[in-house]
Design a binder for this molecule. Structure first.
Ligand SMILES: [Zn+2]
Length: 240
């Protein structure tokens, strides 16, 4: 069956002397395909089967088996990202994270958030903010989403005083022990990160302090609750 899918190649491996196997993140999940002859110098598939090619892929589709790649139509070259090592690191991490989640839980909105995030980074928006927005939304698909409605200890919606990554969410005045108090702007912005539709973001005016608070919160929360260990994430933390 001939089938067209939109997606981004997340990895490529050699297959025999002349071919490659690629894996594509698509809204239907991860699709593996053989790109026959793609290593040949004259192959039209050669440059379109590299990691992070974003395009429409025409496949002879086989369910639960490797498909066969017929042709690729590039949607966006992602050229701003690809000429900047830090931005490539973000792309790499967002792709790894999406890949990991899709292995267990696939949802079209996850794919949409992933593509929207990458396109915003390509447009020049702050990659750390976009990455954090994606991460906070991704928690829902990992089954460890944060409740932005009530205290995570008692369920009360009243008198929320802070949020704590170790406790797993909001903390109300009654349950408060000695957790770090985040200022109101950080609390508000964290909730905005969760609610915003990434494709609609055009301008980001957030103070460095708030950006930093949120990033630290998310890193701690991920370490504590997701069980994920991604090298691309550790790499990003080291260059931030
Ligand atoms: Zn409480």
């Amino acid at each position: 069956m001939l089938k067209a899918v939109e997606g981004i190649i997340v990895n490529e491996t050699n297959y025999g002397e002349t071919s490659k196997i690629i894996h594509i993140i698509t809204k239907e999940g991860i699709i593996g395909a053989i790109a026959k002859g793609a290593k040949g110098l004259k192959s039209p598939l050669r440059s379109y089967t590299q990691r992070f090619t974003y395009g429409n892929f025409l496949l002879y589709y086989k369910e639960d088996k490797l498909s066969i790649l017929k042709s690729v139509d590039v949607i966006n070259e992602l050229s701003n990202i690809k000429k900047n090592l830090i931005l490539i690191s973000y792309l790499s991490y967002l792709s790894d994270l999406t890949h990991q989640i899709m292995k267990q839980n696939n949802d079209e909105t996850l794919y949409k958030n992933y593509i929207d995030g990458i396109l915003k980074i390509e447009e020049g928006l702050n990659p750390l903010i976009i990455c954090n927005i994606f991460e906070i939304k991704a928690l829902d698909y990992l089954g460890v989403g944060i409740s932005f409605n009530a205290c995570c200890k008692c369920g009360s919606c009243k008198e929320i005083v802070t949020i704590d990554p170790d406790a797993g969410g909001y903390i109300c005045k009654k349950c408060y022990a000695s957790e770090i108090i985040y200022d109101e702007k950080t609390l508000k912005m964290l909730r905005m990160y969760y609610l915003v539709d990434i494709s609609t973001i055009s301008d980001l005016k957030i103070s460095d302090k708030v950006i930093d608070n949120i990033n630290k919160f998310i890193n701690t929360y991920y370490d504590r609750y997701t069980g994920l260990y991604l090298k691309s994430k550790k790499f990003l933390e080291n260059i931030q």
